[in-house]
Design a protein around this ligand. Structure first.
Ligand code: NAD
Length: 349
């Protein structure tokens, strides 16, 4: 298939792009290369005959129009977004503009392309979203496809808005689209300001490891390869107009994630003291959601997708990747010297 991937130079986008090429697809990666996107992630495929890259902002309607006209995609994975809650709290404008208006531009241009007679059959616009649109778990009921939206920070509001836009296009223009909402991802190529790579990076550099509040926020972690597999399952067997929750039933307290990483590092890179002496509790993120949890029964039962990696194995694999790719992290840190956050509690230091 000819697949248009937006945000293919970011964390999940890189893993989707590498996997798409490995699966034999032809890929056009459209990414503006914000602080979170890097072409170094894709050097292994940059000369591959089935891979091409366009540095484009998804809000640039003319360019997006030409991309649809020239590339003639058969499937779209829409991942491009501003993805960091803390950044959205500090400054919401770019997050809202990219996540909402960028999605609007893509839907608009997709629709113009799709109504044409020569548009490929079975084309699908696949919008990749998050479980954060539901806010915190209520009454101990995990998120499912019928859970009411309740986004409570600027990032989750922007993603909820983009989901609503996609549904409104399905309802009013009848476009062939699918939405997936996934839980927290971790694994190779994640920008070192999200919890897991931040912990690994800070520990290896001997820096403090910040933990928000009491560290008892619960997230439902999924190894990025499992998410990528789920996305391809949806591409191959998903039903147009449907929504699928993606999660791998690995709920953990943030503090336990950090302690486990310290334990793994103690084994792999022993130092005088255990790395957990670096843990420092800092003031909580404003409006911090307490618990996210996904009920993935629909995709498991209907599409026969099954996650393969549990949290302990996934953390081991992730730590191994960051240890084997220290140069990747140091290049990112160098490239974004003043733009990598060590955590909200440290912003004034
Ligand atoms: N990371 C997670 O845990 C998670 C979980 C569920 C869903 N998601 C969703 O998956 C998608 C990818 O997340 P990620 O963690 O890989 O994010 P990321 O921040 O690592 O990557 C985002 C990519 O989008 C690009 N981008 C940003 N603004 C753009 C613009 N205006 N035009 C073109 N490209 C732009 C960036 O350059 C970057 O390459 C997002 O839509 C996010 O909401 C993420």
């Amino acid at each position: 298939m000819r697949i248009l991937i937006t945000g293919g130079a970011g964390f999940i986008g890189t893993n989707v792009t590498l996997s798409a090429i490995k699966r034999g697809h032809t890929v056009l990666n459209v990414d503006c290369l914000s602080y979170a996107g890097s072409l170094t992630n894709l050097v292994s495929i940059e000369k591959h005959p089935k891979y091409s890259f366009e540095q484009t902002d998804i809000r640039d309607q003319d360019k997006i129009h030409n991309i649809f006209e020239n590339f003639q995609p058969e499937y779209i994975f829409h991942l491009a977004a501003e993805s960091h809650v803390d950044r959205s709290i500090d400054s919401a404008f770019t997050v809202l503009s990219t996540n909402i208006m960028g999605t609007c531009v893509l839907l608009d241009e997709f629709t113009k392309y799709w109504v044409k007679k020569d548009c490929p059959d079975n084309i699908v616009f696949h919008h990749i979203s998050t479980d954060e649109v539901f806010g915190s778990v209520k009454n101990n009921i995990k998120f499912n496809e019928d859970t009411k939206y309740d986004p409570l920070n600027p990032y989750s509001v922007s993603k909820a808005s983009s989901d609503h836009l996609v549904r409104s296009w399905i309802n009013t223009h009848h476009i062939p689209a699918i939405i997936t909402n996934c839980s927290n991802n971790y694994g190779p190529y994640q920008f070192p300001e999200k919890l897991i790579p931040l912990t690994i990076t800070n520990a290896l550099l001997g820096r403090k490891i910040p933990i928000y509040g009491d560290g008892k926020q619960i997230r439902d972690w999924i190894y990025v390869d499992d998410h990528v597999d789920a996305l391809f399952s949806v591409m191959e067997n998903g039903k147009v107009g449907e929504t699928y929750m993606i999660g791998s039933d690995n709920e953990c307290y943030n503090i336990d994630i950090v302690k486990n990483i310290c334990r793994i590092l103690d084994e792999k890179v022993p130092s005088d003291k255990s790395y957990d002496y670096l843990i420092e509790y800092v003031s909580d993120r404003p409006g911090h959601d307490r618990r996210y949890a996904i009920d993935a029964s629909k995709i498991i039962n209907e599409l026969l997708w099954n996650p393969q990696v549990d949290i302990i194995e996934g953390l081991e694999k992730t730590v191994d990747w960051y240890l084997e790719n220290k140069e990747w992290t140091s290049n990112i840190l160098k490239e974004h010297k003043s733009n990598v956050r060590l955590g909200r509690g440290y912003r004034n230091n």
